[in-house]
Design a protein around this ligand. Structure first.
Ligand code: PAF
Length: 286
């Protein structure tokens, strides 16, 4: 496995891969990898000849009061995990190389980036889209894999790719969960023992919503009310939002139907966790 630390070198290597006819798969990450990321890498491994994993803690997607400085980092450990998962190239650039002095251009996806998490993290999805567009330009992958755990992010990237006519196939990988249902996240490590014990309620509440829907309930307000009540029964949980949207367009849905994404963000103490589930077959495992 190769480790590439500069944009220039990565462009050159990707150019050579393309010239050899290799199908290139890119898995963008911010590092501190867990089984969720490794599942995305394995998905790319099945579909591409050459798998590039980027590791870059992207400063432009963090708000001023967010955890950029303390975001967990461990490149050595990540490299070892990626070697085992079958990645071919780790691309781990430094911020000044990605954002040159005087950087002034952002990619803004209207509407989709302003709701759900975007309503509480202004500018977050501009940062995500900008860095992903840059990674696509550097690596020029044929396909790129994003986790359904960040369902809004995946829908926004799909919109960006379609709107800008980017030649990349976006693939959504499944959410990987702990045995008790908690979705894997680099931020789970911030939870205290008590918060960690309560956090599986997120998945349990979403599964409760799924069972209501499966038994014929389509009243969005009622189902979201039950989800919220289950979570609010936990003393450390503070709900930021619980919403029902179409999994692709992110439009609000008044009546639940297949393809509805139930999405939520909840604080446990200072730690903000997100999760979602897509009803019916449309979105696969949420
Ligand atoms: O999902 C993430 O880890 C990040 O938002 C991404 C896609 C790597 C962009 O920085």
């Amino acid at each position: 496995m190769e480790i590439i630390r500069t944009v220039g070198e990565m462009k050159e290597r990707a150019r050579a891969l393309r010239a050899s006819g290799a199908v290139i798969g890119l898995v963008p990450t911010m590092g501190y990898l867990h089984e969720g990321h490794l599942t995305l890498v394995r998905t790319a491994r099945e579909l591409a000849d050459s798998v590039v994993v980027s590791i870059f803690v992207n400063p432009t997607q963090f708000g001023p009061s967010e955890d950029l400085a303390t975001y967990p980092r461990d490149l050595e450990r990540d490299v070892a995990l990626l070697e085992d998962a079958g990645a071919d190239i780790v691309f781990a650039p430094e911020a000044p190389d990605v954002y040159p002095r005087g950087f002034a251009t952002v990619v803004h996806v209207q509407r989709l980036g302003e709701k759900l998490c975007g309503a509480f993290r202004p500018g977050h999805f501009d940062g995500v889209c900008t860095v992903v567009a840059k990674l696509f330009e550097v690596v020029r992958p044929d396909l790129s894999v994003f986790g359904q755990k960040d369902g809004q992010q995946a829908a926004i990237i799909e919109r960006m790719v379609e709107d800008l006519g980017m030649d990349v196939q976006v693939i959504r990988g499944p959410t990987v969960r702990e045995p008790d249902g908690l979705a894997l996240s680099s931020r789970n490590g911030y939870l205290s023992d008590e918060e960690r014990a309560e956090a599986p309620v997120l998945h349990a509440a979403l599964e409760h919503a799924r069972s209501l829907y499966d038994s014929g309930e389509t009243d969005t307000a009622r189902v979201l009310g039950e989800v919220r009540a289950m979570i609010e029964a936990k003393p450390h949980a503070e709900v930021q939002y619980v919403s029902a949207v179409d999994w692709k367009s992110l439009d609000d849905v008044a009546e639940l139907r297949a393809g509805t994404m139930l999405a939520l963000a909840v604080f446990f103490g200072k730690t903000r966790l997100i999760d979602n589930l897509v009803l019916g077959e449309a979105g696969g495992e949420g």
